[in-house]
Each structure stands twice: as structure tokens, then as C-alpha cells.
Design a protein around this ligand. Structure first.
Ligand SMILES: [Zn+2]
Length: 505
């Protein structure tokens, strides 16, 4: 063989998790080598085989495809063998464009066991593009499903992060992961005790650990920031906090840069974990209390009303909190009280009423969720079945191309059959979207229940600053309408408080 061929191998998500990268690559390699032997009379030498072992989404993140693209641009390569077009690109349009341009302008063939693509040929290029786009749809779909799986998994209290927090090891129980305390747990307890009981600052704690020769996980030394992160992490009282750091992708200098900044507290999710707590609730609260009481900014400017901007009187005015005075319960009132006739309420009473209202909404959501449970459960099965049907259709479409290529089908027959398949495909895709929506509504209910439960907890906790309470509540509640009128049927001085809550979702 005088002409040079390369092989590109990559595991994709469609291969599933039950096989390792090595297994998938060697399986594909066998298929491709058998094909090469049959077609060219010999196999491809090992130094011409490019095996992608990382799972990057873009060309930038996949070193082997980068090398391969460089090679075909600098050396006369006749063709690249791969198991299917989608293996070459799984990314966005710009990645697909890069691949197509590279192969097209270097006259390099893309050879798969079922079809050879010559991208200088318009017809082939179209087919190839279609294949790549199809791969991309599939990827987006898989990503979405995986993300939902993650949220559901957090709701169940599993640990879904990649690195376990200090003090814990990650262990697999059944299908999911959780945390178990390890030898670092003693140091962890010491950190909390030094802060809450011995009243040391975070810098002093870091220094003491460094003096004792105790090492953190990754960095050589403890810093006040790492101590602070630990002291704030509810994982140590058995909670799972998710969304704390979201991965953010940015397009910069021609590449995608990922970063993980700490996100807004209002997008956090905190649920009871399956794992054992290392720190008692009391100790954790004592630490948070001390954080709350340590003045770091001008306390005078802090918000004092946790419901600021959230409660509107029936008359339309936003309700305000009276200045705090010693010995008198703080009250919230309508500035228009004189005219609208709605009486003021003590903050504590209002908190009570709001808590009850939120609890009722939670109960309502929970019953909706359990009523429709069978429907939600079957919708994921429906998605599975339909996806399989979609796969069958795709295979049929592939065969169609082959029949056309082999001259068995005329263009007219091809177009007619292709249209029929496309119509079927649209129907199935529409049905999948419907089933996905149903599944999503179950997940939405679960998420809303978590957020509302958080809100209830936040209202009742005394150790959270009103400002933080306000931020957290505003992430769940859109507005509360308030009325408290004395009417003839009610003789008491304190008529009941009526509220209606509208939520953000
Ligand atoms: Zn009013």
C-alpha cells in the first residue's frame, strides 16, 4: 500500500457506560482493521492509529483529533478510517465546519465501514454534514438527560461531585455515590471547634494546622479561604449542596474557557444527604452564628427586614418594617394603612403565616407528584422505546443512501422513500418531546419542593442575617399579597392575617 491511511478512534456517549474506553476502542479497531484488510489487502500500522482517550467536547479538548487534522494538512494522507462520521466531531457547528474544511481542501477521504465520504463531492459533503448534525442532536439530548439525572440524584441525597470534600471519601453504594468519613474527620472537627469554642480566626486556624504539619488535600498549605469554605459547607452536617460552583463556559481568544466561580446563593440547592454527618448541628450553627456576629462591614447599612420588597398590601402599596425598638416586637405595616384599613402585623406572626402557606404549597406539590407518579415513570420508558425506534429509522435512512449509491434506487425513489422516513421521524421526535415535557414537569415539582423547603427553613432560622434571608426568599417567592381587616364578623382586636403567595417558578 503506497497510499497512507490513518485511523481515528474515540468512545462516544452513545457507547454507554458499561464498557471502558479501552474496550470500545479495541472493538472499533478490530472492525476497522478487518475492513482495511478486506479493502486494501493489509491492516493499518499501529503508528497510524490515533486513539482519543479524553472525552473533550470540542476539537481544542481532544488532542488526537488536533494532531490528526495537522497531519492531513501537512502530509499526503489518502484517507482517515473511523467507525462513523460522528466520531470525528461531537461539538458545535464551528467544529463541524473545521472538520469539513480540513478534509475537503486536503482531498482526504473519510472512510467508514459502511460508506466512504469524498468531501470535495457536493453530494457526499451533504450526507456527511447530515451525519454530523445528527450526532450533535443526539449529544444535546444525552447531555440534557444526564443533567436531569444529576438533579434527581442530588434530590435523593447522593454525592455527585467528582472530588469528595475534606474529611470524606467517595464510595459507591448500589448505583450511586455517597460519602463516608475518613481519617481527616478528626482534623475537620478540630477546625470547627477552634472556631466556635476557642474563638480563633480563620487565618489563625490555618496557621495552627500548618504548624502541626497537617496537610490539606491539594495545596501545600492551609489558607484562611480554605478554612472559611470548610466552615460554611453544610456537607459536614449531612447535607448535599449543589450548584455551589457552576461550570461556566466562555468563548475567549478563539477557544472555550471553563471556569467555576461560586454562584449566587439563590441558585444553590441544599438537601439531606445519604451520608453521615461529621459535625453536630449545634456546632455548625455556633460557627455560622459566630460568622454572622463578626462584623466585617458596616452593620448599620444592613437590611433589617427579611421580607423587604416581598410583601404588598392588598391596596397595592409595598409594606414596610418599623424601626426596631428595644422591648417591642417589630411590626410590618402598610404606609397607606390609614386609608386602606389593613392593620399591621408583628414580624413573627407574619413569618408564621408565611411558613404555613409555603408548607401548604409543598403538600400540594407533593400530592401532585405522587398522583402522577405512574405517568412520570412510564414517560422515561416511552422515551427509551421511541429513541430505539428513531435509531431503527436512522439505520433505514443509512441503507437508503447505500442503495442510492449502489444504483439500486433511482433519485426519484430515493427522494420518495427519504421523505416517508422523514415524516415518520418527525412524528417520533414530536412524541419524544411530549414525553420529555411530562418527565420535566415531575422534575420541576421536585425542584420546587426543594426550593420551598429551603425557604421555610430559612424563615425559621435565627442565625441568618435578614439580608441573606431576603436574597434566599426572593429566589423562591415573587410576591406576597397581604390583608388584615377588621370586619363586623370579627370582634377581636387582632383580626386574622390573610396572605396569598405567588412563586417565582
Ligand atoms: Zn394598604
Amino acid at each position: 500500500m503506497t497510499e497512507k491511511y490513518l485511523v481515528y478512534l474515540r468512545k462516544s456517549r452513545s457507547d454507554g457506560d458499561h464498557e471502558t474506553v479501552e474496550d470500545v476502542l479495541s472493538k472499533h479497531e478490530t472492525i476497522i482493521q478487518e475492513f482495511a484488510l478486506k479493502t486494501f489487502g493489509n491492516t493499518i500500522p499501529d503508528n497510524c492509529i490515533y486513539r482519543e482517550v479524553v472525552s473533550g467536547e470540542t476539537i481544542q479538548d481532544r488532542p488526537m483529533i488536533k494532531t490528526l487534522l495537522d497531519l492531513i494538512q501537512n502530509e499526503p494522507i489518502k484517507g482517515v478510517l473511523t467507525i462513523e462520521p460522528q466520531r470525528l466531531s461531537r461539538g458545535d457547528l464551528s467544529d463541524c465546519g473545521t472538520i469539513i474544511r480540513a478534509f475537503r481542501y486536503t482531498d482526504t477521504l473519510i472512510i467508514t465501514p459502511t460508506k466512504t465520504y469524498d468531501l470535495s463531492d457536493k453530494f457526499d459533503r451533504k450526507f456527511f454534514e447530515m451525519e454530523l448534525m445528527r450526532g450533535n442532536d443526539y449529544l444535546e439530548y444525552i447531555k440534557e438527560i444526564m443533567m436531569r439525572g444529576r438533579i434527581a440524584s442530588v434530590n435523593e441525597g447522593n454525592f455527585i461531585g467528582s472530588v469528595p470534600p475534606y474529611g470524606y471519601d467517595k464510595v459507591k453504594i448500589g448505583k450511586s455515590y455517597t460519602l463516608v468519613p475518613n481519617a481527616e474527620a478528626d482534623t475537620l472537627r478540630m477546625i470547627f471547634e477552634l472556631y466556635a469554642n476557642d474563638k480563633l480566626g480563620t487565618t489563625m486556624i490555618a496557621n495552627r494546622l500548618n504548624d502541626l504539619g497537617i496537610k490539606p488535600r491539594k495545596s501545600p498549605y492551609w489558607t484562611n479561604a480554605s478554612i472559611r469554605d470548610i466552615l460554611h459547607n453544610p456537607v459536614y452536617i449531612g447535607k448535599i449542596r449543589w450548584n455551589w460552583r457552576k461550570t461556566i463556559k466562555k468563548y475567549e481568544n478563539g477557544g472555550i474557557i471553563t471556569s467555576r466561580p461560586k454562584s449566587d446563593p439563590d441558585s444553590w440547592m441544599i438537601v439531606d444527604g445519604k451520608h453521615e454527618a461529621i459535625i453536630s448541628e449545634e456546632l455548625f450553627q455556633a460557627v455560622q452564628m459566630r460568622f454572622g456576629n463578626t462584623p466585617r462591614s458596616k452593620v448599620n447599612h444592613e437590611l433589617v427586614n427579611p421580607f423587604a420588597g416581598l410583601i404588598r398590601c392588598q391596596c397595592g402599596k409595598v409594606m414596610i418594617q418599623q424601626a426596631q425598638r428595644k422591648g417591642i416586637r417589630t411590626r410590618i405595616h402598610c404606609p397607606n394603612q390609614k386609608y386602606c384599613g389593613n392593620k399591621s402585623a408583628a414580624c413573627e406572626d407574619l413569618e408564621q403565616v408565611i411558613t404555613e402557606a409555603l408548607n401548604n404549597i409543598i403538600k400540594d406539590f407533593q400530592s401532585k407528584l405522587s398522583e402522577n407518579k405512574p405517568r412520570y415513570n412510564t414517560s422515561s420508558e416511552i422515551i427509551n422505546t421511541l429513541s430505539k425506534e428513531l435509531n431503527i429509522l436512522e439505520n433505514q435512512q443509512n441503507k437508503l443512501y447505500d442503495l442510492l449509491e449502489q444504483g439500486i434506487y433511482t433519485s426519484a425513489v430515493f427522494v420518495a422513500r427519504n421523505e416517508a422516513l422523514a415524516e415518520k421521524r418527525n412524528k417520533i421526535e414530536a412524541a419524544i418531546i411530549k414525553a420529555k415535557e411530562l418527565l420535566q414537569s415531575a422534575i420541576n415539582y421536585k425542584e420546587m419542593i426543594v426550593s420551598l423547603s429551603d425557604a421555610v427553613e430559612v424563615i425559621q432560622r435565627k442565625n441568618i442575617s435578614p439580608k441573606r434571608k431576603n436574597i434566599l426568599l426572593k429566589s423562591v417567592i415573587k410576591e406576597i399579597t397581604y390583608s388584615r381587616k377588621k370586619d363586623d364578623s370579627c370582634k377581636s382586636y387582632d383580626p386574622p392575617i390573610f396572605i396569598s403567595v405567588s412563586l417565582i417558578f
